[in-house]
Design a protein around this ligand. Structure first.
Ligand SMILES: Nc1ncnc2c1ncn2[C@@H]1O[C@H](COP(=O)(O)OP(=O)(O)OP(=O)(O)O)[C@@H](O)[C@H]1O
Length: 701
């Protein structure tokens, strides 16, 4: 045992100047130059050690990143990577993004990289967060040293020919949020260890040759998932059944959202007629022990019907449009982009051995090639408006995974999740007969409209067969959903302060639209077109009007039926009359009544609509019970708002207020609330704990 003696303190700078390595300082600064008092010495020491030790380490890191990248490039021979080894990778190398002198992103999509991904190369990029090598010709296995890069959050190898199993090292990447290995030649099982990747919000493994059962992946953050067109079999676990059927098609899977599993075995892919139960070995044990002949017949018939349904679904999914041009926004399925890829897989004329039982999945068809092909559609460009940043192009939209938000009068609306994480909304217009020139002129006017209470229209795409509009995504959904969704199931009540701020924001937006010209009108004001931009309801931009200008662009009478829109429609609008500012005011009045009563405008008592119903019995008893329960003191303001709403829904358009007048009145109501709360010595508008509204800005203060 070592003797335990008094511990020696390290020599302090004060007591032992040598500890500063004085000779070295003298050497650097020359004889006779005195080093200042202790703090300066310490500073010098710090600088010195930085230049001697830390700086070289930093450079070393960048150098090692650089060597790893050069080795990576070299392994492909000819490619589109043009990196000059004498230049700084962070500044001059395309596809390389750095932070603090480390490479954090490597994005080389469609760079004609051909050959195996070298092993033990990428693993040296130890600060890498994003790696995207999608749409190349990469072969061989997914490199296992990816597991060494613990900083990785996004891995995208989609659209290559990677083969072999998914390396288990990947499961140590606990920060991984997006993993896209779709459209490759991967085989083996989907390991249950995927459940360790708890940060994953996107997992795409479709169009591979993965086999075995689908494990129970209880990944709560997962919002995008696809394993379609593989060789998977067995039941779909409840944790994954929340995804749409298109996420699973092209396998031998069963259970929700696909057809129920039959007995203990899943629905089998098509087979020649089943001669007898005995010949069908896997089912025999179940059948023999428990089921009657009738049940057997039922199962067989059920399986056949189930297969027919699955086959029809697939046929529907893969139907090609007339001109052969296809994009993700042509389906109504929640994962339409994926449907597109299944469609590509089906589109190959020659069957290949890599096909899954239900769908032959040949080599990937790459979007860029599709676009460049001579038979493709005319040049496809997104046209961006004003200050909108061009951070994506049409190809990115085509590659994005898309989810249907709803179908409206003007077309289908999709939420598109771009590969880089950006989310936009794409509206695919239906039956637009407006000539191109006129369409472009009109949309330019709409695109120029910028107001904090309008959903920004960022870009559009026009060709003969297809018209797409791209908007910002409003993550909190619509007022309709907020007001009517989950009512009665214990949801938190929608408070008066929140409702009045939405009313004011929508009024500001509509006032702006009307200010553009005397003819400028929205034409489709309703609660599903009032969208909420985030969780911060104190922001004046919180509520925004969607679909502005659409009625104008598409033309036709405003009386054309819109989903649920009929209940907001002013009575003077006939099939021949277009929307006017006064008809917008009417619709806005209905919206106010909806906010105040909590009733959908489709609410009818006999054949009386919401405005007439309120007119018959105008009293505070008609206010939403949620409001009455929450705030008795503010009833006066609510009733003033109801009075205003009734003016808006007057039958005579000329008697209705202008939107400018409406805005002023709502601001006055909010002022009233403020002065009431001031006189009560309270900082709150009401007894709900909400903040008062600022009179002119609509902001909470
Ligand atoms: N930018 C957006 N962000 C988030 N959700 C949106 C966006 N635009 C539309 N939505 C939602 O998508 C769904 C479908 O919208 P869409 O405009 O196609 O139909 P609608 O509003 O129901 O009817 P209409 O076409 O008559 O306006 C609606 O629930 C709407 O609230």
């Amino acid at each position: 045992m070592e003797p335990v003696g008094p511990t020696r303190d390290p020599p302090s700078i004060k007591s032992n100047p040598e500890a500063l390595n004085l000779p070295m300082i003298q050497l650097m600064h020359g004889e006779g130059i005195r080093v200042g008092p202790v703090p300066i010495r310490a500073l010098l020491l710090l600088l010195l050690s930085f230049s001697l030790f830390i700086a070289p380490i930093l450079t070393q890191d960048l150098n090692s990143d650089k060597s790893a990248l050069l080795a990576f490039k070299a392994s492909f021979g000819v490619s589109s990577i043009k990196w000059d080894p004498h230049k700084d990778p962070c500044t001059f190398w395309k596809g390389v993004i750095c932070e603090s002198d480390r490479v954090i992103e490597l994005r080389l999509p469609g760079f004609s990289l051909r050959g195996d991904i070298p092993q033990s190369t990428l693993g040296n990029l130890t600060a890498l967060r994003v790696i995207s090598l999608r749409f190349n010709d990469l072969t061989g296995p997914v490199p296992s040293d990816l597991g060494d890069i613990t900083t990785l959050t996004i891995v995208n190898f989609e659209g290559n020919q990677l083969s072999g199993r998914i390396p288990s090292t990947i499961f140590s990447l606990s920060g991984l949020t997006k993993l896209d290995l779709g459209n490759n030649l991967l085989s083996g099982p989907i390991a249950p260890e995927f459940a360790k990747l708890t940060s994953l919000d996107l997992l795409y493994l479709q169009l591979n040759m993965l086999e075995g059962e689908l494990p129970d992946l209880n990944l709560t953050n997962l919002t995008a998932f696809n394993v379609s067109v593989n060789k998977l079999s067995g039941p779909i676990s409840p944790s994954l059944s929340r995804f749409d059927a298109t996420s699973f098609l092209g396998n031998s899977l069963c259970g929700k959202p696909l057809l129920p599993c039959v007995g203990l075995t899943p629905v089998e892919p098509p087979k020649p007629p089943i001669p007898s139960p005995e010949a069908n070995a896997p089912q025999v044990s179940v059948i023999k022990h428990g089921l009657s002949g009738g049940a057997i017949a039922g199962i067989i018939t059920g399986s056949a019907v189930a297969l027919l349904v699955v086959a029809s679904l697939l046929i529907l999914l893969v139907r090609r449009p007339k001109d052969g041009y296809k994009h993700p926004y042509q389906g109504n399925s929640p994962s339409a982009a994926v449907a597109l890829r299944a469609q590509q897989a089906m589109g190959s004329p020659s069957p290949t051995p890599r096909g899954a039982p239900a769908v032959a999945a040949p080599r990937p068809v790459r979007a860029p090639q599709r676009q460049e092909s001579g038979n493709g559609p005319p040049k496809k460009r997104l046209v961006f408006f004003g200050r909108s940043k061009k951070t994506y192009d049409l190809e990115d939209l085509l590659r994005a995974s898309a989810e249907v938000l709803g179908k409206g009068a003007f077309g289908t609306t999709y939420k598109a999740m771009l590969e880089m994480g950006q989310v936009v909304v794409v509206k695919r217009l239906r039956e637009v007969n407006t000539p191109e020139r006129e369409f472009r002129d009109k949309i330019t006017i709409v695109g120029a409209m910028e107001h904090p209470n309008l959903v920004p229209l960022r870009a559009y795409y026009f060709n003969r067969d297809e018209k797409l509009l791209v908007y910002d995504y409003m993550p909190m959904g619509s007022l309709s959903a907020l007001l009517h969704g989950n009512r009665g199931s214990g949801r938190p009540p929608l408070k008066w302060g929140t409702r009045s701020s939405i009313a004011l924001a929508a009024a500001h937006g509509l006032e702006y639209i009307h200010s553009r010209s005397p003819q400028s009108a929205h034409g489709n004001i309703k609660s599903s077109n009032i969208l909420l931009s985030g969780t911060n309801n104190s922001s004046p931009e919180w509520a925004r009007i969607a679909d502005h200008g659409l009625a104008h662009i598409i033309g036709g009478p405003a009386a054309a039926p819109t989903r649920g829109g009929a209940f907001y429609k002013a009575p003077e609008l006939t099939n021949l009359r277009r929307a006017s500012q006064k008809s917008d005011v009417y619709s806005y009045g209905v919206l106010l009544l909806e906010l105040l009563t909590g009733r959908a405008p489709s609410y009818a008592d006999g054949d009386v609509d919401l405005p007439r119903w309120i007119q018959q019995d105008f009293s505070d008893q008609l206010l939403d019970v949620e409001l009455l329960r929450e705030n008795q003191i503010a009833v006066q303001e609510m009733m003033r708002m109801m009075q205003l709403a009734m003016e808006c829904v007057g039958l005579d358009p000329d008697q209705r207020p202008t939107m400018e007048g409406v805005v002023r009145q709502i601001e006055d109501i909010c002022d009233l609330a403020k002065s009431r709360s001031d006189s009560m010595g309270s900082s709150d508008v009401d007894d709900s704990g909400e903040q008062p509204l600022n009179r002119r800005s609509g902001k909470f203060v």
